[in-house]
Design a protein around this ligand. Structure first.
Ligand code: BGC
Length: 375
C-alpha cells in the first residue's frame, strides 16, 4: 500500500492512518502480556459494573511462578467469575517504573479494577494513588502494597510461611551449628515477613547460642544468581563450616545448592525453600534440599477473582475477608489470607502431587527410577 506516495481523498487517508495505528497498537503487546475477553472498557464508580480488569505481575525470569502459575490461574479464575469481562495481563519484568506505566496504560484503556502483584511494595503506592484518582479499586495480589488507600489484599499468611521454615530448622538443629540466612528482596514486603516469621522461631536459639548466625543478607530482586554469590561468600566467611542455609524460596535454594555442590557440601547442609517448584521438589528427592513451603496458588487466584467479581456485581465482600493487614502508613486493609503447608520428603505425594500442582511426570524427569519411592 503506497499510503503517502499517491494523492488520495483526505478521508480515505485518515481511515488508513487510523487502521494502521490500530494494527500497530495490537502488535505492540510484548511477550507474557495477555488479553482475553470481549467486554467493553468502562470506568465505573468504585468498580461497580466493571468489565475490564488489569492484572499486573512483577517479574518472570527470577521466579517461574508468576507466568507459569499465577498468570494462567488468575486469567482462568477471572474468566469464570466475570465471563464477559476483558482481562489484560501485563508483566513488569522486574521493573517498578515499567509496572507503574503498565498501570497507567491500563487505566487509560479503561481498566476499572486493578489486580497488582507489586514489584516494589513501596513504589507501587503510586499505582494505588493513580487508581484512586480514577475511583478504580486495587487488589494487592500476593505482595502487600504500602498505601493506606489500598482496597484489598489477597495472599498467604506470609509470617506463617517464615515460621514454617524457621520451625523446620528448629526441629532439626543441633547445638553449636552454623546458620546462614539468604532472605528475599528487601523491596518485596513478603521477604520482610518471611524473614520475620523465620526469626520468630530462630532468634531464641540464636540468643541462647544454640545456633550461630554466621551470615545474613537480603537478595535484591530475588535474583537466584545473586543468592549463589551470597552463599559462596558465606562459605568463604565461615571456612565452609555451614550446617544450615535458610533460603527464602526454591529458586534461590537451587543456586545455593550449586554453591554447596562446588564445595561437596550438598546433602550435608539443611537447605530450606518455598513455592514447591518442580526443581525444589526434585532437590528434596535427591536430598540436597530439606523442605519447601507449598502455597496453593489456585486458592489465591480464585479468591482474587471472586473478590473482583463481587466488586463488579456490587455484592458484599465481607464474607470473603478473613483478616486485616496493616500498612506502614497505618491503615488496616481487608485481606484474604490462605494457609501455607510444609512439604518435605514425607508428604510430597499427599500435597503437591495430589493437588496436581506439580505432576509426578515433571518431578521425575531426569531422576533415577524409584527415587524417594515416587519416581
Ligand atoms: C512470593 C514468593 C516468590 C518470591 C519471588 C514472593 O513475593 O510470595 O512465592 O518466590 O516473591 O518471586
Amino acid at each position: 500500500m503506497h499510503l503517502f506516495a499517491q494523492k488520495r481523498n483526505p478521508l480515505a487517508l485518515l481511515m488508513s492512518i487510523l487502521t494502521l495505528t490500530m494494527v500497530l497498537a495490537a502488535c505492540g503487546s510484548s511477550a507474557g502480556n495477555t488479553s482475553t475477553g470481549s467486554g467493553t472498557a468502562s470506568t465505573t464508580a468504585g468498580g461497580k459494573g466493571c468489565q475490564h480488569v488489569g492484572v499486573l505481575l512483577p517479574e518472570s525470569s527470577t521466579s517461574p511462578r508468576w507466568e507459569t502459575k499465577d498468570a494462567p490461574l488468575l486469567l482462568a479464575a477471572l474468566k469464570t467469575a466475570m465471563p464477559s469481562a476483558t482481562i489484560d495481563e501485563l508483566n513488569a519484568q522486574g521493573s517498578a517504573p515499567t509496572q507503574q506505566s503498565q498501570a497507567e496504560q491500563e487505566l487509560t484503556k479503561g481498566a476499572c479494577i486493578l489486580v497488582v502483584a507489586a514489584h516494589d511494595s513501596q513504589a507501587a503506592s503510586a499505582i494505588v494513588e493513580k487508581a484512586k484518582a480514577s475511583n478504580v479499586p486495587v487488589i494487592a495480589y500476593d505482595r502487600l502494597i504500602q498505601d493506606k488507600n489500598l482496597n484489598y489484599y489477597v495472599s498467604f499468611d506470609n509470617v506463617k510461611v517464615g515460621e514454617l521454615q524457621g520451625q523446620f530448622i528448629v526441629d532439626h538443629a543441633k547445638k553449636g551449628q552454623n546458620l546462614v540466612m539468604i532472605n528475599g528482596s528487601q523491596t518485596d514486603n513478603n521477604a520482610i515477613l518471611f524473614r520475620q516469621g523465620a526469626l520468630n522461631k530462630l532468634q531464641p536459639l540464636i540468643d541462647n547460642k544454640t545456633l550461630n548466625l554466621v551470615y545474613t543478607t537480603f537478595t535484591p530482586d530475588w535474583v537466584p544468581a545473586t543468592a549463589q554469590t551470597e552463599m559462596e561468600a558465606a562459605l568463604t566467611k565461615a571456612a565452609n563450616k555451614v550446617d544450615i542455609a535458610y533460603s527464602a524460596n526454591d529458586d534461590m535454594a537451587n543456586t545455593i545448592i550449586a554453591a554447596l555442590k562446588a564445595q561437596h557440601l550438598n546433602g550435608k547442609v539443611l537447605v530450606t525453600g518455598q513455592d514447591a517448584t518442580v526443581a525444589g521438589i526434585q532437590n528434596i528427592l535427591t536430598g540436597d534440599q530439606s523442605m519447601t513451603v507449598y502455597k496453593a496458588i489456585t486458592k489465591e487466584a480464585t479468591a482474587t477473582a471472586q473478590l473482583a467479581a463481587a466488586i463488579s456485581n456490587g455484592t458484599d465482600t465481607a464474607s470473603m475477608i478473613n483478616g486485616q493487614t496493616k500498612t506502614s502508613d497505618g491503615a488496616q486493609i481487608p485481606s484474604v489470607l490462605e494457609t501455607p503447608v510444609v512439604v518435605d520428603k514425607t508428604n510430597i505425594v499427599s500435597t503437591v502431587i495430589a493437588d496436581g500442582y506439580d505432576t509426578k511426570a515433571d518431578i521425575c524427569k531426569g531422576l533415577p527410577a524409584g527415587l524417594g519411592g515416587i519416581c
